[in-house]
Design a protein around this ligand. Structure first.
Ligand code: WQD
Length: 342
């Protein structure tokens, strides 16, 4: 397959690019580099010995998307990663989030149709389940969001579902990610958040590297085994492989499917922290603070559909995730911006 990856220079995009290249496919990344670095794809090329073309452009700009198709197509399928993804930022800048994340999908569908590309895998999120109390989460459970970022994912799922219903030749797989963490085992590519990390694992890694003083544990009074939040942490390489399986399904079927990509196991903040300490033989200082507004107590997947429909299941352990996350951080303390420590 020849696949266009919008946002393909990002954390999950670059790991998916590597996975697709290793499986013998061709990839082109369309990325505006607003939250990514071209260095990621250069390292993907070094790791695979194959070409990872980067087209710098914005998915909300039709001419940029058209250029990618005209210059580097035709594409058998598209994986649509491109979008703003910071929950807190979306609360303070809702219009920018709705414009960017929704326009990108609408423009992409228009250009795909013009070029006869009829298979799409979309980067959705478990955040669309909102405050669902019943665990594990199944794809047919009620949805509803608690922040504009989540609503952009929810509305994009709606757009693509309706588009598929109207266009019988279209195929869409909506992948609901749980909590992607870790890095490729080489330590050459990984998560490179801009500024102070919002998410748990990159924050822990920056405490471990001395860049940050200590971890704030947002609440230990939840109705969970140790009082801290429980999440379904999934290795980014398992997530990447899920995209390969979703693409193989999309190009051989029609219609729209929603699929969870999670391990089906929930681990608490403190369980992750102690696993990180044990596997990397270090102590991570932390302090318990009040809950973070908008957080839910527990969120983990029922991954049955991914297994039965796509033939996929996660294989990496929590220890793998902790070891690989630290291996990336310690060799790249400043992400792609600084010099790599060999
Ligand atoms: C995990 C747990 C926090 C940071 C978000 C998005 C979701 C997806 C993944 C894009 C929670 C606790 C965190 C910290 C902490 N992103 N925590 N101290 O909120 O589950 O999901 O990222 O798709 O859409 O909502 O991930 O890593 O921010 O938090 O105690 O410094 O860690 O309270 O229990 P979250 P997270």
């Amino acid at each position: 397959m020849r696949v266009l990856l919008t946002g393909g220079a990002g954390f999950i995009g670059s790991h998916t690019a590597l996975c697709l290249l290793e499986a013998g496919h061709e990839i082109v990344a369309l990325d505006n580099l607003s939250n990514s670095s071209p260095e990621a794809l250069k390292r993907v090329e070094e790791l695979t010995g194959k070409k990872a073309t980067l087209v710098v452009g914005d998915c909300t700009v039709e001419a940029d998307v058209e250029n990618a198709f005209a210059a580097f197509g035709p594409f058998d399928a598209v994986v649509h990663f491109a979008g703003f993804k910071a929950v807190g930022e979306s609360v303070s800048m809702p219009l920018e989030y709705y414009r960017n994340n929704l326009d990108a999908t609408l423009v992409l569908c228009k250009v795909m149709e013009k070029h006869g590309c009829r298979s799409l895998v979309f980067s959705s999120s478990a955040t669309v389940y909102g405050t669902n109390p019943v665990m594990p989460l199944r794809e047919d459970y009620p949805t509803g969001c608690t922040n504009p970022y989540g609503w952009t994912k929810w509305i994009n799922e709606r757009i693509l579902t309706d588009y598929c219903f109207a266009s019988k030749d279209m195929s869409v797989v909506l992948l609901r990610y749980f909590n992607p963490i870790g890095a490729h085992e080489s330590g050459r590519i990984g998560e490179d958040p801009s500024g102070v990390p919002n998410n748990l694992m990159p924050y822990i890694c920056q405490v471990a590297s001395g860049k940050l003083e200590k971890l704030r544990v947002f609440g230990d009074d939840y109705d969970t085994p140790d009082g801290t939040g429980v999440r379904d942490f999934i290795h980014v390489c398992d997530l990447a492989y899920g995209h390969l399986k979703a693409l193989e399904y999309a190009v051989s079927h029609k219609g729209c499917e929603v699929v969870n990509l999670g391990t089906g196991e929930g681990y608490s903040v403190l369980q992750l922290l102690h696993a990180f300490e044990k596997v990397n033989n270090m102590t991570i200082p932390y302090v318990v603070t009040p809950r973070r507004p908008g957080d839910i107590a527990t969120c983990y997947a029922d991954p049955t559909k991914a297994h039965t429909l796509l033939g996929w299941q996660a294989s990496h352990t929590l220890e793998d995730m902790c070891r690989d996350a630290w291996n990336w951080q310690k060799h790249n303390p400043n992400g792609y911006q600084g010099d790599e420590i060999k």
